[in-house]
Design a protein around this ligand. Structure first.
Ligand code: HEM
Ligand SMILES: *[C@@H]1O[C@H](CO)[C@@H](O)[C@H](O)[C@H]1NC(C)=O
Ligand SMILES: *[C@@H]1O[C@H](CO)[C@@H](O)[C@H](O)[C@H]1NC(C)=O
Ligand SMILES: *[C@@H]1O[C@H](CO)[C@@H](O)[C@H](O)[C@H]1NC(C)=O
Ligand SMILES: *[C@@H]1O[C@H](CO)[C@@H](O)[C@H](O)[C@H]1NC(C)=O
Length: 357
């Protein structure tokens, strides 16, 4: 079937895209496997096969409950893995007390505008896993990577395998390093491509990574500059009016969804938003303005399978950024503390559902 994409009303496009999506889903029920990309030395697909065979089922089962109770945690936890990997590698360092990306209320050093949450979910899973497989069995950084995959699957995204064997870092990044390594929502695609090329991501990968914004929320302070003092011309008028209602000033403490078409579903609608000038942040919307990324956005908007394939590949790649393996780092006994700062090993699972595994 032919889906013509030039300036069709977005309802038509959405219909066209959703028909395609259904076709594509039928063809693709088994999930997407990452293309066999070579793994970083020290990681493997079956790392815990004998030492903690139930690892992934323990996490999946619990994540189903967590997300059923609060679907917003899916996005929050996906973002935690991204921030972990981009700043000093996927070593769980942002889980440490005192990290500038860490829990805002744990230490004063956290950068408030990062507004990450979900750390307690990771620590609760760590307890469940260590209860089953023993202290020192599975790293907090691996748990974080598995959790990220599960947030995607449980909101409707592709199933994929996660390379495992990460070790936890012994120190967290400085505030400056944190800010320097996270892409800014205020920059045009040109800057985003340059910044992410330095981390070895190409244009297709940058567009695919941004597709994580198919779930979750964003504060006014991350896009208010597109509304005030003058309205960004690459924003749809009606959409701008809605956002101004949410954010009467540029820094109102309120949030809106990143993907207005399907806010809690992991799908390709985010790219349809961009084609209709309904992306929220500059860094997202400009992907459809820049000639280098425009066609990639379109290709993902019309073909969810293609998006899922590229997204899985880039998640597996991102999940291997600067990882610690072998005898590097450690396996923390509490995700928020280095073992040397924490001599008490806690396996007690919080909450009432302490069923055995
Ligand atoms: C490409 C560059 C990226 C930029 C500039 C960016 C920036 C941002 C910003 C500013 C927010 C909103 C923060 C707030 O206002 O509260 C956000 C939210 C989010 N980001 Fe990104 N991000 C990028 C890539 C990624 C990647 C690679 C992922 C995951 C793989 C990701 C996942 C998310 C999610 C899920 C949310 C919603 C969080 C929630 O609802 O709690 N982002 N991002
Ligand atoms: C977050 O706040 C810090 C200062 O606390 C500022 O330097 C940085 O630019 C802000 N980042 C964003 C994305 O708003
Ligand atoms: C962090 O960055 C700020 C602003 O760029 C700079 O003034 C300060 O010296 C830096 N601090 C460290 C410890 O590098
Ligand atoms: C924003 O609002 C939330 C919930 O209403 C509150 O918990 C948070 O502390 C507020 N943040 C700021 C910076 O005022
Ligand atoms: C969508 O992308 C997939 C994966 O690359 C490809 O196999 C398929 O042919 C594409 N579908 C259409 C309708 O173009």
């Amino acid at each position: 079937m032919a889906c013509k994409i030039t300036i069709v009303p977005f309802h038509t496009l959405a219909l066209c895209v959703s028909v395609l999506a259904v076709m594509v889903m039928l063809l693709h029920m088994q999930g997407v496997e990452a293309q066999q990309q070579p793994l970083v030395k020290g990681l493997s697909w079956k790392y815990y096969e004998s030492s903690c065979p139930k690892l992934e089922s323990i996490i999946r089962k619990q994540m189903e409950k967590v997300i059923k109770k609060d679907v917003g945690l899916a996005a929050a936890l996906l973002r935690v893995h991204f921030h972990d990997c981009f700043v000093q590698g996927c070593d769980g360092s942002l889980l440490l007390d005192g990290s500038s990306s860490g829990p805002v209320d744990s230490e004063k050093t956290a950068i408030p505008n990062l507004s990450l949450r979900g750390f307690d979910v990771i620590e609760d899973l760590r307890k469940r896993v260590h209860k089953q497989c023993g202290a020192g069995s599975v790293s907090c950084s691996d748990i974080t990577a598995i959790v990220a995959r599960d947030t995607i699957v449980l909101t409707g995204g592709p199933e994929y395998s996660v390379p495992l064997g990460r070790r936890d870092g012994l120190s967290f990044a400085t505030r400056n390093a944190t800010l320097a390594n996270l892409p800014s929502p205020f920059v045009p695609t040109d800057t985003l491509l340059t910044n992410l090329a330095a981390k070895n991501f190409d244009a297709t990968e940058v567009v695919a990574l941004s597709g994580a914004h198919t779930i979750g929320v964003v504060h006014c302070s991350s896009f208010g500059q597109r509304l005030y003092p003058t309205q960004d011309t690459t924003m749809d008028q009606t959409f701008a009016k809605t956002l101004k209602g949410v954010c009467p000033t540029a820094n109102t403490n309120a949030t809106t969804f990143l993907d207005l078409r399907s806010e809690n579903v992991f799908d390709n609608k985010f790219y349809v938003d961009l084609m209709n000038k309904q992306g929220v942040m500059t860094s997202d919307q400009d992907l459809y303005t820049d000639k280098r990324t425009r066609d990639i956005v379109t290709s993902f908007a019309v073909n969810q399978t293609l998006f899922f394939e590229k997204f899985v590949d880039v998640m597996v790649k991102m999940g291997q950024m600067q990882v610690l393996t072998g005898t590097q780092g450690e396996i923390r006994n509490t995700c928020s503390k280095r073992n040397s700062d924490n001599l008490v090993i806690s396996n007690v699972v919080e909450g009432h559902d302490t069923e055995s595994f």
